[in-house]
Each structure stands twice: as C-alpha cells, then as structure tokens.
Write a protein that binds this ligand. Structure first.
Ligand code: ADP
Length: 445
C-alpha cells in the first residue's frame, strides 16, 4: 500500500480523500492555493504545500507545481478527486512519466471517455444502447440538418468535449438548427478548446440514471447499482438518490450485467460511472465519467462500501475487496448538494460562516469542509457541502432528510438549503414522479 498520498483537490472532496487515506493508515499531503491556506483539508493533512495563487489555472490546474509537491514530500500516488485535473489524460501521462501513480484510470481511457463521440462509438460496439444520434462528429450544417431530419426534432447539439452541463443546445426545428449549430460550435471552442459537436435526439422527459462500477488490475469488475440524479438545474445535479425508485431488481441486474461486461472488455481500471437517460422503460447511454463522483456517498450508504478506499486499493495493485455477490443493497439514501448560492436566483454567495450547526443522529452524514469562521472563497465552485441521509425505506429516508434539513444551520451566507426543504415536500418528489426537467419547472412557479 502507498505510505503517502497527495490530494490534488480542495473542499469537501479533499477532506473526504484525507479521511479515507487515514482510515487506511496512509499519510496525506494537501496542496492548496493562497486562498485556501485556512481550509480544513490543509489543517488536517499531515503535510501541505502551497502551489500557487487563487486562480485555478495557477494552482489546482498547475501540473508542474503539483508534481513538484509530490516529489518534494515523497508522496508516491496522487488522488485527483473530481473536477480540476481528474479527467485530464495529459495529467495522467505526466504522473506516469514521473514514476508516480494516479489513483484513477489509465490515461487512454480518460482520453477516450473525455471525447463523448469516441465514448459513444466504444459503447455502441459493446452493445450498450445509446441515445439515438449522429454516428460520429457532425462538421457541417448540411450534415447536421440531414441527421436532425432523420432523428426528428427536437434535437440536442452537444460538444464532444463537453462537461458540467455546458455546451448543449436544443433545436426544435430546421430554422433553429441553423443558428444553434454555429452557436454550439463557437461555445465548444470557447469553453473546451475543441469545436467538435455531435447530435442526439432530445428526449422530452427522461430520468438520469447512472451505474457505479469499479475495476481492479486483475480484470475483475463489479457494479454498485444505480443512482437517480434527475433533480437538476441547467443540466447540473442538485439532489441524488439510490436506489432509483423506478428500477426493479430484474432491470437493475440486466443493465448492470451489460455495463460490467463492457467495462471488462475495455480493460478499465478504478472507479467509473456510466450515465444513462431512462425513458419509457428503456436505457440510453449518454457518457462515462472516469472519476469518483460528487454523489458517490448515496451508493456508500446503501452498500456499506467505502468507494474511495476501494479506488486507492485497486490503484495500489490490490484486488477489489468485494465480489459481486458480497455487494448487497440496504435501504434508501438521498444526497442534497448545498451550494453557497442564492436559493432564488442562484447567484454565487461567498463570504464568512458566522453560524454553523450540522445535523446528526443515526443515518445522517455531512460531507463538508465548513467550520465556524471559515470564509468561503469566491474563486471556486459554489458547492460547500453535501447532506446524505439513509433510511430503511424511502419514506424513512425522506422523514430523516426533512428533520436533518431543519436542524442544519449555515449562517452568514446564502445557501441552497431552503430550496431542498421546499423540493422534498413536493408531492411529485414524494411520489418519485419527476424527470430531468421537473426542478426547473418547480423553480419557475
Ligand atoms: P455533461 O457531461 O455536461 O454533464 P451529459 O451528457 O452528462 O452532459 O448530460 C447532462 C444532462 O443533460 C443529463 O442528465 C440530462 O438532463 C440532459 N441531457 C443530456 N442529453 C440529453 C438528451 N439527449 N435529451 C434530453 N436531455 C439530455
């Protein structure tokens, strides 16, 4: 096992990784920007290295500084968390070239899944059903128009290198397609430095359902069931639950078996998530994420497996600690993402925490790096924590979530806690009758 791991991230996920390392007897190195000197992960890590000024490109995305920090401290492995460099194939190659180990997949798989067109082609070959769409990238308006005509409107123009819910344009007819096609290409270049786009049929009311898988270097692959992440705003997840109230045991077994088969053929290593849209009883693959995800705790709550520890284990060349038959699902879990944002117009709301009281009790977990007096910096993503609640049934989970949200006090800044309090009391949510557009409709009313 690694004696020392460098954590190339910040916020709650850096703390989450620190905890997993320490639970495994591994010491930790935090890297941080000048804006994060007082951050909790920096305070708790065994060692810390300042890697640059606040702007992410100068610190958390600064590969030479991060590699130098690993060499300086003698860390032999790097955990990238999510976001930042976690899906950067070049970073993975550089880590390898410096005889360090990435706690993550092989560079070739990060590169393949980072190109959504290549990912679609790969999973198509593995017999995984895709959202109907263009066979590859679409490089002219005339081919876009032909593909859209064949699929039928509305269609979605997506950036091949897209992520974070950005780089998507819906076109409802041929006239709209003309404007939106060039807009999508322009935006793709600006946001991702890659103008390639492809086209998918726009599904009117899908659920977002994703499968958690984990693979070791011995060729063993297991799945940890699904998460339902359909509560979204601007294609970004706000609340997630596991299991999906919509999926029967039989359906779960069949789609997971296919996913595990595909991952095995790919020769993949580490944690990964296959994302699907689910509508009218059918699954349609949209993309694969090659990192630990924000919402991984709901899976941990229903399986009792620590996915970050498992990531570290397989990266160190050990076998998965679980066989498929050992993984059982118990009860129900829901995660609320808490953002430092106005709950009304979602504008970022950084600032100092003047009151802090997280909820507790049986079945309640708070993953957050907040503390009283902490100043939420303005430079980074607005997510400041996650409340994860488990119950024997979905109903018990909802009651517990309700009371946990009531207990939760974060003072001094605006947060999305009031939004969660409101949405989980909605009848449609209680009945699990929602799709990926439901929250946006609720907010408008
Ligand atoms: P990103 O990588 O930016 O997160 P995804 O491809 O994972 O993009 O899609 C994010 C969300 O966008 C989905 O969860 C869903 O809400 C919506 N979406 C994506 N593709 C489609 C589609 N073909 N039809 C309808 N909604 C879609």
């Amino acid at each position: 096992m690694f004696p020392k791991v460098l954590i190339a991230n910040r916020g709650e996920i850096a703390l989450r990784i620190h905890r997993a390392c320490r639970d495994m007897g591994i010491s930790t190195v935090a890297v941080h920007s000048t804006a994060d000197s007082e951050a909790m992960h920096v305070r708790l890590a065994d060692e810390s290295v300042c890697i640059g000024p606040p702007a992410p490109r100068d610190s958390y995305l600064n590969i030479p500084s991060i590699i130098a920090a690993a060499e300086l401290t003698g860390a032999t492995a790097i955990h990238p968390g999510y976001g930042f460099l976690s899906e950067n194939a070049e970073f993975a190659r550089i880590i390898e070239a410096h005889n360090l180990i990435l706690i993550g997949p092989k560079a070739q798989h990060i590169a393949m899944m980072g190109d959504k067109v290549a990912a679609r082609q790969a999973f198509d070959e593995f017999d995984i059903p895709l959202v109907p769409g263009s066979e590859g990238a679409v490089d002219s308006l005339s081919s876009a128009s032909r593909v859209a005509g064949e699929l039928g409107y509305p269609v979605l123009i997506k950036a091949a290198a897209g992520g974070g819910g950005r780089g998507m344009q819906v076109a409802s007819n041929k006239v709209e397609l003309e404007g939106k096609f060039s807009m999508a290409r322009r935006e793709a270049i600006e946001a991702f430095g890659n103008g390639q786009v492809y086209i998918e049929k726009y599904l009117p009311n899908p659920r977002h359902i994703e499968l958690q898988i984990m693979a070791d270097s011995f060729g063993d692959v297991v799945h940890f069931g699904e998460r339902d992440c359909s509560i979204q705003r601007r294609h970004q997840k706000i609340l997630e639950e596991a299991p999906s109230p919509l999926i029967s045991e039989k359906l779960r077994a069949s789609i997971c078996l296919r996913a595990v088969g595909a991952i095995q053929k790919l020769g993949y290593l580490g944690a990964g998530t296959l994302e699907f849209l689910y509508q009218d009883g059918e699954f349609y693959f949209i993309e694969m994420n090659t990192r630990i995800q924000v919402e991984h705790p709901v899976t941990e709550m229903i399986t009792g497996v620590d996915l970050v520890c498992e990531q570290i284990r397989v990266a160190a060349g050990e076998r998965l600690s679980q066989r498929q038959d050992d993984i059982t699902f118990k009860g129900h879990a829901i995660e609320c993402r808490i953002n430092a944002e106005s709950p009304v117009d979602f504008r970022p709301a950084p600032g100092q925490i003047t009151e802090y009281h997280p909820p507790g009790g049986s079945g309640v977990r708070v993953d957050s790096a907040l503390y009283l007096g902490y100043i939420v910096p303005q430079f980074y993503d607005s997510m400041i924590g996650k409340l994860i609640v488990h119950g024997a049934s979905r109903n018990e989970c909802l009651n517990r979530l309700n009371r946990s949200l009531e207990e939760f006090v974060v003072g001094g800044i605006e947060t999305t806690l009031p939004l969660h309090k409101r949405l989980i009391r909605e009848r449609d949510f209680i009945n699990a009758e929602y799709d990926v557009h439901w929250l946006e409709r609720l907010i408008k009313n």
